[in-house]
Ligand binder design. Structure first.
Ligand SMILES: [Mn+2]
Length: 326
């Protein structure tokens, strides 16, 4: 992490009075945990802060202390801030409707760990080697001697846990593990948090996942797994797509699979895809071809194409990469 920029960020936050915190649309564990931890920090400095987002918070994160501080429908929100901290967003477009709240003269602090961040901030702390924004925030908070209590530790632990796929991905670095250990020392409860996030599904959720796995297709000689979730599937069980954040992990359960994809039909002409890989197959590069992005082993895109056409295009595109790599 670039210490000079981190110190400048601490100074900027201290010079601010009103701080707007935001992250990408359709929040995940890193964005939720990081936003809440940053909120704890800046309010401990006596600042007025507010968190604005777009998209439903997956129910598995609702146990986090202060979760109700996140405004999830920011369409008509008003908050007069001098500084905006944008977490986990490669470009300013990723924050969706919150973008309109970033007015002229507002200082923008950009903290991210994704490849291809466009450095849109006045201060940019972009560290692709970090497991999560949670890890970067931990280092920033430590730099300022913030006294970590259990609530904040559990938010940062959630960020690191989920972004490393439960300490599974290549992003599970010594630093990530050391910080996780320090968070446990500060009171974070690994068993409780992991149970809340990964082992608290409703029976209906497991049924939909069963259906999704039954219908999974293995393509490209079993090297790729393609799974689908449609609005009909989730609505039939009274659920929403937010109940399946992270479900793409199920596409990687088969030994032969190097690349897994989960497609979600979110409208007649809009398809979301989450992509995972375990080899050197760069899924971020694949996602970028379709206007998305991410990391080498975890990426996603929102494609303005009908469901089956989007699937076909991605499967073909991945096939080209397999051929080129062989
Ligand atoms: Mn992240």
């Amino acid at each position: 992490m670039d210490l000079k920029t981190a110190r400048q960020i601490v100074d900027a936050l201290k010079q601010s009075d009103r701080i707007l915190i935001t992250s990408h649309v359709d929040p995940d564990g890193d964005s939720v945990g990081s936003q809440l931890a940053l909120y704890d920090y800046v309010t401990s400095l006596g600042k007025i802060a507010a968190i604005f987002g777009q998209g439903t918070i997956p129910s598995k994160y609702l146990f986090l202390n202060g979760i109700d501080k996140i405004v999830t429908d920011s369409s008509n929100a008003v908050f007069d801030a001098d500084t905006a901290v944008v977490l986990e967003a490669t470009s300013i477009e990723r924050i969706g409707k919150v973008k309109r709240m970033l007015t002229q003269g507002m200082r923008i602090v950009n903290i991210d760990h994704h490849i291809g961040n466009s450095n849109y901030g006045d201060l940019n702390l972009v560290d692709e080697s970090a497991s999560s924004v949670g890890e970067l925030l931990y280092k920033i908070l430590k730099l300022d001697g913030f006294r970590m209590h259990r609530e904040t530790a559990e938010k940062l632990y959630t960020a690191i846990l989920t972004d490393t796929g439960r300490f599974h991905f290549a992003s599970t670095t010594p630093d990530a593990l050391r910080i996780a250990a320090e968070l446990v020392e500060a009171g974070a409860r690994p068993r409780v948090i992991t149970d809340k996030i990964y082992f608290s599904m409703s029976a209906e959720q497991t049924r939909v996942i069963g259906e999704m796995m039954c219908n999974a297709e293995l393509v490209h000689q079993g090297r790729m797994c393609v799974m689908s979730l449609t609005e009909e599937m989730v609505e039939a069980r009274g659920l929403s797509f937010a109940d399946f954040e992270g479900a793409v992990e199920y596409s990687m359960y088969v030994k032969s699979v190097e690349v897994g994809m989960l497609f979600k039909s979110v409208g007649d002409n809009c398809t979301k895809v989450s992509i995972r890989s375990r080899s050197s197959f760069d899924v971020a590069a694949l996602a970028r071809r379709f206007g998305g992005g991410g990391h080498v082993n975890a990426a996603g895109a929102t494609i303005m194409m009908p469901f089956e056409a989007a699937k076909k295009a991605l499967v073909e595109s991945a096939g080209e990469v397999f051929s080129a790599n062989d």
